[in-house]
Design a protein around this ligand. Sequence first.
Ligand code: NAD
Length: 232
Amino acid sequence: MPPRRIVILTGAGVSAESGVPTFRGPDGLWEGHRVEDVATPQAFRRDPVLVQRFYDARRAALAAVQPNAAHRALARLDALWPGELLLVTQNVDDLHDRAGSARMLHMHGELKSAWCTACDRRHPWEGGLLDAPPCPACGLAGHLRPDIVWFGEMPYHMDRIEAALLAADLFVSIGTSGNVYPAAGFVDLARHAGARCIELNLDPSMTSGRFHDSRLGPAGALVPQLVDELLG
Ligand code: NAD
């Protein structure tokens, strides 16, 4: 029987062909920085200037990149798939959004969002945060931080994601190394619940052995191929 309920997980690899560097590139760094220095709450407390500057640069760099064939194929699947579908991305870029995916959750937050730690509100954000702009809601300056889930913080939307994984009959993981939990454990949850599990990745990942089918290659080629298979 063809699958009806699909959950798709994407990671940094889906944006690599757009020119967005992955996280654990060949040097194990994120854009030249150790993750401990830019992606933890401790790093932000220790050196807020470095951390704000880092995310301001990542946010500004989005203007120079475009969705690629993999983002576009997933948006096509979203538009045409008659059953349930949820795209869960670990990515903080906005390339799935710009490609047109609608049934989508950013589990690790978004570069183009700012979170006020004074009033707890979140705001769409295009500019920088380094110069401590005031919060549009409460007016206090110096309390906006990148709306990014750092290591040690709780990913967003976990209740909805887990419910979708438990109900899925197909789980697809694309361009993720399987190093970062809880996302790396999604395959176990979906498989245990009876879903067929397919991985698309450039290289074997930490979790390849847990999938029924692991296909190696660039997302820009493998994702459109899988979407064509699914849409028949
Ligand atoms: P990762 O960088 O740890 O792993 C990327 C994976 O993608 C690797 O397994 C690699 O082999 C694969 N890959 C590289 N190029 C590919 C291609 N063209 N096609 C298919 N696969 C390819 O990424 P992760 O597992 O997503 O974990 C990184 C964390 O860092 C995430 O939580 C994310 O929030 C953050 N991050 C986000 C971005 C982004 O938003 N684009 C970029 C870097 C890091």
